[in-house]
Design a protein around this ligand. Structure first.
Ligand SMILES: [Zn+2]
Length: 84
């Protein structure tokens, strides 16, 4: 069990990745956290109950091309527009 202070978040917690690493194998690309979670370098995770968490690194979604029109910057003009 966790003997850290403060106590590491449990494997069920949304911030489970904040637990301390007990074993780290960067050359193999994984670490065992204090709460029993194995975290991989691609941000995938394996929970103690066998649940797999898909990698969730970075900005994976691309908004480009989904906005209907690129001509909307007037909305964010702000106080500078009044000063002119
Ligand atoms: Zn701990």
């Amino acid at each position: 069990m966790c003997q850290h202070e403060p106590i590491c978040p449990p494997a069920e917690a949304i911030d489970r990745e904040a637990a301390r690493a007990l074993v780290s194998h960067p050359e193999q690309g994984w670490s065992l956290l204090c709460n029993g979670v194995i975290i991989f370098e691609d941000t995938g995770e394996l929970l103690p109950d066998g649940t797999c968490i898909e990698p969730h690194r970075g900005p994976a979604r691309h908004a480009r091309g989904r906005n209907p029109a690129p001509n909307a910057p007037q909305l964010g003009a702000g106080p500078h527009a009044l000063a002119a």
